[in-house]
Design a protein around this ligand. Sequence first.
Ligand code: FDA
Length: 316
Amino acid sequence: MIALGDSDVARFAVTRTPLRGMSRRFVPGEGVGDLVDAIRAANAQGMSATGNYLGESVKTEEAARQAADTYVDVMDRITRGGLAANVSVKFSQLGQAISESFLTDNLAPILERSRRDGTFVRFDMESSAYTQRTLDAFEKLWAEGWRRNIGVVLQAYLHRTAGDVARMNQLGARVRLCKGAYDEPASIAYKERDEVGANFIRLMRELLDGGTYPGIATHDERMIEATLEHATRNDVRPERFEFQMLFGVRRDLQQQLIRDGWNVRVYVPFGEQWYPYLMRRLAERPANLLFLAGSVVRESPLGVLLGSHDRSTRKP
Ligand code: FDA
């Protein structure tokens, strides 16, 4: 599924067919207005949010500038609407592939907004080809004084991450910890689910004990239980960290944590470039393919004939 995320043929098949409807489960829409509506709904349910404009590996200056403009627009809407939300950006979307100096210039308006309005900016972590460059760029901005405004993401599947957590804790930087969503080689990454989980728990403890308002980003109940257990046993109060989950994934768990008094932030992606994101979500949970197959049948002429297009029969 991850490889299909890069395939033009598969992209064509998915974006030009009823499969497109499937993306609505994970992406509320293509426009900034769709994002704002989803953030408002999350806030109404007691959750904060982070908005992500979908897009990666941008190769032209025009596209990278357009992405930066969109983020500025999103940040303005967050401020004007008084929303409990921040933004998550990808360096490869903002022009890292063009040059580091272009990236720095393109980030400037986003960081300025963040200084003006206090909206936090998280740098998502991409494949291992970008890890060191992303952390270098982050540390450069940190040294330039953007500290309170910015945060980074670290991936528990990478062998190197224990060192990166120690470094970020030493700086006092805000870290989002996730398992990692890319297909990395065994030479640099844990491949077994249990190994990734064990490393996640080790790193989560380091972050809760010595980090700065970490984001524990997972839907894995074992990871969440380990976090709650560590927090409770060591008196790490709810205001010292937050759980983070993806829009449309384990809404039951999101609400349960809120009811129990923990902070939850929902990651809300939006935009036209939903296809590679959808492929990563399908890769994480093959059962989603059944949901996808169901939506194809329902929306096909045969499904319509059989009356199975009735949306009330859809699973949530
Ligand atoms: P795991 O994949 O083991 O899933 C545990 C359970 O969660 C499943 O059994 C299922 O019930 C549910 N679940 C998980 N994924 C699902 C899905 N797609 N559909 C339905 N149910 C699902 N990665 C990265 O490399 N860089 C980044 O910057 C980020 N950022 C990020 C932000 C946030 C807020 C989250 C939650 C995740 C990320 N990720 C990420 C993705 C992350 O690395 C990882 O791929 C996914 O979170 C899936 O891992 P889990 O920890 O949820 O466990």
